[in-house]
Design a binder for this molecule. Structure first.
Ligand code: NAP
Length: 394
């Protein structure tokens, strides 16, 4: 069967069932707007995949989300966090982290919008032409900005990074895509810039993406330069909370953090100096309609810990590349929209919504780190996965 020949989702699925001689009745049972999803989100659609969604929280933020650090009114806010996952114990773990945060007076969150990037690769033919291209780009940033911004009523050009190698040039363009994650917007804007460069310099683009973006791959460039949003979260865990809620001590947690997150990550050449950012990020991405492949970039980042004089524990996370949006892509799907509503992110044009989401994710990631590090420090990881992940009675 030629899967593209169907205009009807049900017909395509039914013929596939016949051809494979299997039943796809669960894949064919869903509530999302199939007409819109099959046009905008998924080609050759046959149905939907369901992933259980749990809720953790409330996550108490001690600072209003989306306000620059230091300028906050320190107004406490709280929200429940939707997590779509098949990993038993994950939601319980984040939930426990949220409880420890709440009883320690809340998490401080902050974010910075670096912007979505696209980086075409050009063939110059050698260093002399490369210098010609460098000069033109440097002298014509306003033309580049105008071309980019002509493609959207929301996108703003932010900056560019130019790198030559042999007879190739990579230019990484960064854009503010307001509330959208912005990958399509950045691609359209970059196509317009590329046409301008080709016309004005005669130098040809080989590919609209030259992997200097760096989209959906782990990289030190994104770690250092950032892509999408930077997100920070910190809490001072009280000694009493570490004992009563996390069933451990600051010293034990610190030891696990140092040996695992720092030394083990350094020994293995990991880009993630953390315990499990990807777990929390993937499950929130799935729930809220983010592009799940961007979990790769979100998985990079650092957790830090410091024992205070009174045996409280300072704990923080930093995520350098968080690609999130509250409009566009999968955020229009009904269940994903509802999950955004749980977070208190209503549809709107504030330009701050994606930052608010980045900050909530930062807080939830911190909760996940706290709980897992605590669990490892008292060797309870296996037991919690046996009871919660396998449903065993121990
Ligand atoms: P999009 O849905 O393609 O574009 C966002 C749209 O929302 C634009 O038309 C924009 O308006 C509009 N919009 C309305 N209100 C807005 C607001 N407040 N802030 C920003 N935009 C607003 O979404 P996208 O975020 O650009 O791209 C996301 C999709 O790209 C995902 O599905 C992802 O999987 C996919 N993706 C694409 C590539 C690629 O290379 N193309 C790579 C990775 C992922 P304007 O018309 O004014 O711009």
């Amino acid at each position: 069967m030629d899967l593209r020949n169907y205009s009807d989702i049900d017909l395509r699925r039914k013929d596939l069932e016949k051809e494979l001689k299997i039943s796809l009745k669960n894949i064919g049972s869903y509530s999302l707007d199939a007409k819109s999803a099959s046009k905008k989100n998924c080609e050759n659609m046959i149905g939907a995949s369901q992933v259980p969604m749990g809720i953790a929280g409330p996550l108490l933020t001690a600072q209003s989300p989306a306000l620059p650090a230091g300028k906050s009114e320190h107004k406490a806010q709280s929200c429940f966090v939707p997590l779509a996952t098949t990993e038993g114990a994950l939601v319980a773990s984040v939930n426990r982290g949220c409880k420890a945060i709440k009883l320690s007076d809340g998490v401080i969150v902050a974010s910075h919008k670096t912007g979505v990037t696209r980086a075409p690769v050009f063939y110059t033919g050698g260093i002399i032409q490369e210098q010609k291209l460098y000069k033109w780009v440097n002298e014509n940033k306003s033309k580049i900005k105008k071309a980019a911004e002509s493609t959207s009523s929301h996108l703003k050009f932010k900056k560019l990074m130019f790198r030559g190698l042999a007879d190739y040039v990579f230019i990484r363009f960064a854009f503010d895509s307001q509330d959208a994650m912005g990958m399509n917007m950045a691609t359209l804007a970059t196509e317009k810039i590329v046409k301008l460069i080709e016309k004005e310099t005669g130098i040809k683009c080989i590919s609209i993406s030259g992997n200097f973006d760096v989209d959906k791959k782990p990289s030190w460039l994104n770690f250092i330069e950032s892509r999408g949003h930077k997100s920070w979260a910190e809490v001072v865990l009280k000694k009493s909370v570490i004992k009563e809620v996390l069933k451990t001590s600051a010293e034990r947690m610190y030891d696990v953090w140092l040996s695992k997150n720092m030394l083990g990550s350094a020994m293995s050449g990991s880009l993630g100096f953390n315990a499990h950012f990807a777990n929390v990020i993937a499950s929130i991405f799935l729930a809220t309609g983010q592009d799940i492949a961007h979990t790769v970039e979100g998985s990079m980042g650092m957790t830090t810990a410091k024992i205070m004089k009174n045996e409280d524990l300072y704990f923080s996370i930093y995520i350098p590349s968080l690609m999130v949006g509250t409009v566009g892509g999968g955020t229009y799907l009904n269940t994903q929209k509802e999950a955004l509503n749980i977070l208190g992110i209503a549809e709107g044009d504030s330009g701050k919504n994606s930052q608010k989401l980045a900050e909530i994710i930062g807080g939830a990631v911190l909760a996940g780190e706290i709980s897992l590090i605590a669990s490892l420090s008292v060797s309870s990881l296996g037991i919690s996965h046996r009871t919660l992940g396998r449903g065993e009675k121990i």
